[in-house]
Design a protein around this ligand. Structure first.
Ligand code: ZN
Length: 145
């Protein structure tokens, strides 16, 4: 288990179009673009801050976990994501240490990353994501295929 850095901080919003101008124009952050993440039924927008990013999440379907968050808690902080070098090993390490996992196996996140969420009951109520960026070797393989 080796956490490399804060990958990103996730913020739930009703509308990307409403909030992108605040982060891009008012705060002056570097806007990296938007992406649809099918596994979470969200449209996301990323902004770079140093070596980390902000991730705005807008649900595209009422069954999205973000839609449920907005219904119960409204807009605002949603999750923190730590970058790890081996997400499968990190999940098994944490499970052995008694941490409840929402996802026992990683799934596909934005930018070809692999992600998994830890349960807030084990993390001081902070919804926590582990994120493994696609490795250079994987990128090379993807280009071949
Ligand atoms: Zn995230």
């Amino acid at each position: 288990m080796s956490i490399q850095k804060i990958s990103h901080i996730g913020i739930a919003v009703e509308s990307l179009e409403k909030w992108i101008p605040y982060y891009r124009d008012t705060l002056g952050l570097s806007f990296l673009g938007k992406e649809f993440v099918a596994s979470e039924k969200v449209q996301v927008a990323f902004f770079q801050i140093g070596e980390s990013r902000l991730e705005l999440l807008e649900p595209t379907d009422d069954s999205s976990p973000i839609a449920k968050h907005l219904q119960t808690r409204g807009e605002g902080f949603h999750h923190i994501a730590y970058e790890v070098d081996d997400i499968t090993k990190s999940l098994s390490d944490l499970e052995q240490k008694g941490v409840s996992l929402i996802h026992k196996k990683p799934k596909r996140g934005a930018h070809q990353s692999q992600i998994a969420f830890l349960h807030p009951s084990s993390t001081g109520k902070i919804l926590t994501e582990l994120c493994q960026s696609q490795s250079r070797e994987d990128l090379a393989d993807a280009e071949k295929n």
